[in-house]
Every structure is written in C-alpha cells, then in structure tokens.
Design a protein around this ligand. Structure first.
Ligand SMILES: [Zn+2]
Length: 295
C-alpha cells in the first residue's frame, strides 16, 4: 500500500484540542492551494479561504480565542469582509470562531445537524471538551439537508453532506472551477482520526465518505484535509485504504472474541508506526477503541 500520502509533512503542529492549548497563541501558516483558494494551517486544524471579487469565504474558523490570529492570517490573502463561513462539522476547533465572526456580519452555513448540536451544547469525553449551547450569533443561519452551492468568486462551491462519518453533520466543499476539495475532518492526513461516535460518527461511515469523495474527484484535484498537509486523490485513496485495513484488523480480533484491552495490548497498528501519528502516545489506542465500538 502506498502510504506516501499519509506521512505527515511536519509543518503544522497538530495537537488537537484541550481547552488549554486553545488559549495559547497559535501559529497560523497560510499556504496557496490553487487559483483564488488558500489554506490556513493551525493547531486547531485547517481553514479554507476563497478570496475574490465577492469577498472572503472561509471553510471553518478554529477556536474562539484564535479569531484575531485567524483574521490576521486571512488579511494576508485579502482584507475584504469575511462574508460567509461554512462549518464542516460542529466541533469547536472548526466552529469556535462563529460567534466572533457572526457578530461582525459573516453568514454562517452548515448542515442541519451542526446547528442542532451547537444549539444543544456538547461534551466530548475523549478531549474532556464541554461546549455550552451556542448563542444566536454563533449558530449557522443557513442550513441544508443534503447539499447546496455558493456561487462566489467566479466559482461554484458545492457543499455536500456525508452521513455518519466523523460526526452526523459532516460536509465537504468542492470548488468546481478551481478543482479543489476541502474535506473537513472526514480526512485526517497522516494522523489517526478522531471518530465522534457519540455524535453520530462511525468507521463505516468514514470509509464510505472517503470512497464517495474519491469517486467525485480527478487525479489532479487538490485535496485539503481537516488536519494535516494538502494532498491529492491518491493521498485520499491511501487514507481510505488505511481506514479499511485498520478496521479489518480490529474486526478480526473482535470476531475472535478479544476485548479492546487485549487488542490494544497486541499493538495492532504496529505496521503504521512512524507513518501515522497520534495527537499523543495513547491516541492510536483511542482510535482502536473508536473502531471497536463502531463494529
Ligand atoms: Zn472534528
């Protein structure tokens, strides 16, 4: 299996999300993707930027304390107003800036379930991350059920929902003219992914979403993951192969009657050591648990 696409390029520090790390001054690095599209790498994951004649459109917006740093990074590309923000899902590292940006006039767009989750408030045990019910300005005011398009900056941004993958409200954004796909957290490039089972995610849904997305794009499409470096269709397919292989490893052991603790003690993902990273030393075991509990 070709794992080149899974090897982390080592640019952005990718520690996800303890409340503590969110409050530290983040490092924001902007990379040009293609045409009028950019990506911001940060400790809270990747933000997409479309900038052009109609203003700025962001894909995700990090944690709330990072908004000023994010805006400074965006201003390096365009100082026009941030007119739209789409949240690829509800997690705080992708929607935490909504309140700040919403109060400044950005229209927030997301799948129906993102609004519901944010409105209710959430608790993610594995990160000990409690997010209270969102205020009105932070909630997506435009929601959709299956897919929708924004016609901006001489492109069509097709926003497509994928069911029960990383969460129950995941969207990807495909820019038709520029031929760039922003995947959100369905795709962790070079990292063992987080699968939010409590809020509707599943390993089967992750695999199905990656396969469907790979089927939508071409060999020269640029693919921007939710976390990790920019890649292409081959990188997305390699990640899908990794998801399937790790699922099969855990499924085989579970079918043989092994408990999760017994499976983890066997170091089931030894072959990925040095190739796929975790947020911390225990993360690969957490990932094994997400699969085990999904099956
Ligand atoms: Zn996420």
């Amino acid at each position: 299996m070709n794992l080149k696409g899974l090897i982390l390029a080592g640019t952005a520090a990718l520690a996800l999300s303890t409340a503590g790390s969110a409050e530290e001054a983040p490092t924001q690095t902007v990379e040009h993707v293609r045409g009028n599209l950019h990506v911001v790498f940060s400790p809270a994951g990747n933000v997409g930027i479309s900038a052009g004649e109609d203003g700025v459109f962001l894909i995700d917006d990090q944690y709330a304390p990072m908004t000023e740093a994010l805006k400074a990074a965006v201003a390096g590309v365009s100082t026009d107003p941030i007119r739209y923000v789409i949240n690829t899902h509800f997690h705080g590292d992708h929607s935490g800036g909504n309140e700040n940006l919403g109060k400044e006039g950005s229209v927030i767009v997301a799948h129906d379930n993102v609004r519901q989750r944010m409105k209710a408030g959430t608790f993610i045990e594995v990160f000990n991350m409690k997010t209270p019910p969102a205020v009105k300005a932070a909630l997506p005011s435009v929601t959709f059920n299956s897919e929708m398009s924004l016609h901006l900056n001489a492109d069509e941004a097709r926003i497509i929902h994928f069911e029960n993958a990383h969460t129950d409200g995941d969207s990807m954004v495909y820019f038709k003219e520029t031929d760039v796909l922003y995947t959100g957290d369905v795709f962790f490039n070079g990292l063992y992914p987080f699968i939010d089972l409590k809020y509707g995610g599943s390993i089967g849904g992750m695999i199905a979403a990656v396969e469907k997305a790979a089927g939508m794009i071409g060999d020269t499409t640029k693919v921007v993951p939710g976390h990790g470096p920019v890649t292409d269709k081959a990188g997305l397919i390699a990640y899908g192969d990794f998801l399937k292989d790790t699922r099969d490893i855990i499924a085989g052991q579970k079918a043989a009657g092994k408990s999760l603790a017994e499976i983890v003690a066997m170091n089931p993902f030894a072959k990925y050591e040095g190739k796929v990273r975790g947020f911390n030393a225990e993360w690969k075991n957490q990932y094994a648990g997400f699969i085990y509990d999904s099956l």
